[in-house]
Design a protein around this ligand. Structure first.
Ligand code: SAM
Length: 285
């Protein structure tokens, strides 16, 4: 048996779109390890080329992960450090790596995270939905009936709900949100850190409408965030007090534009948001 000091498995987060988001530590380690286990070696070759890293790569994906464990363990035992990366973001988060990390930790190997980009955390950090408690549910089932069942199981949850979604299914998922979670506040984070980064707010029905009006909004990668049950009640209370302020200002004879300007000062938010709301309340009268 070798008496070499055992190596470390570094679980390295890589960018979800913007290459500048790779941490200096991640870049250094990728250039130092003996081997990089990558979800898709061809995909990651681009990142490594960008970094000037020439370390050997080995594929590790959902179909061969279990087989790779012994092979990678042998390298660690021989004293080699190994990095695990996925196509984008943090490995193991809706990405391969769980089986490897579980097995290696059970065997007593050193596994060390190198934190960085993660789409769900990035999305939550910019959504303005409660983040003190959230429930990340990964990808919803592809089949409509199973998807609606899963959403139905989550209706009572009070945490902010977070899902990953692909462009092929975003419309179907929003349609299912209309029927299962109704009028909740939803934030759709698209193409984060990329050129067409967009955050859309609305009820599921409003978002369906926005996507129908602008098909470009269905392109790219999505994080879907839904206000939890309790948060929704609070949001309704906030909306009620905002409405009562807007109504009083309108009753005082202020125009919609002036009302929106006052509301921004009192309530925060944007002029556009309060303009639209004040206009709606005025039209309702
Ligand atoms: N491990 C990754 C992470 O840490 O976020 C997630 C990998 S998962 C296979 C890919 C999904 O993450 C996409 O379908 C999308 O839902 C979400 N995602 C990844 N990059 C994104 C981005 N730039 N903007 C929005 N969502 C993104």
């Amino acid at each position: 048996m070798s008496d070499a000091v055992e190596g470390t498995l570094y679980v390295v987060a890589t960018p979800i779109g913007n290459l500048e988001d790779l941490s200096p530590r991640a870049a250094r380690l990728l250039g130092e390890v003996a081997l990089i286990a990558a979800e898709d070696t061809r995909h990651s070759a681009g990142l490594l080329r960008h970094l000037g890293v020439r370390q050997p790569m080995l594929s590790l994906h959902e179909h061969n992960e279990a087989e790779r464990v012994d092979q990678l363990d042998a390298r660690l035992l021989a004293g080699d450090d190994v990095a695990l990366i996925s196509d984008a973001g943090t490995p193991l988060i809706s990405d391969p790596g769980f089986v490897l990390v579980r097995e290696l930790r059970q065997r007593g190997r050193v596994v060390s995270p190198v934190p960085g980009p993660c789409a769900l955390v990035a999305a939550l950090s910019a959504a303005g939905l409660p983040t003190d408690r959230f429930l990340f549910s990964g990808f919803l089932p592809a089949k409509g009936s199973a998807r609606r069942k899963r959403l139905g199981e989550l209706t009572e949850r009070q945490e902010t709900l977070v899902f990953y979604e692909s462009p092929h299914r975003i419309r179907a998922t929003l349609d299912d949100l209309v029927t299962t979670l109704g009028d909740r506040h939803v934030v759709l984070a698209r193409e984060l850190t990329k050129r067409f980064e967009t955050l859309l707010d609305g009820t599921p029905a409003q978002l369906v409408e926005q996507l129908s009006e602008d098909p470009d909004q269905s392109r790219g990668e999505f994080v879907v965030m839904v206000a939890g049950g309790e948060a929704q009640e609070e949001a309704e209370q906030t909306q009620l007090s905002a409405d009562s302020l807007l109504n009083s200002l309108l009753e005082e004879g202020l125009g919609v534009k002036q009302t929106a300007a006052v509301a921004v000062r009192v309530l925060g938010g944007t002029r556009k948001q309060w303009y639209q709301r004040a206009q709606l309340l005025k039209d309702r009268d």
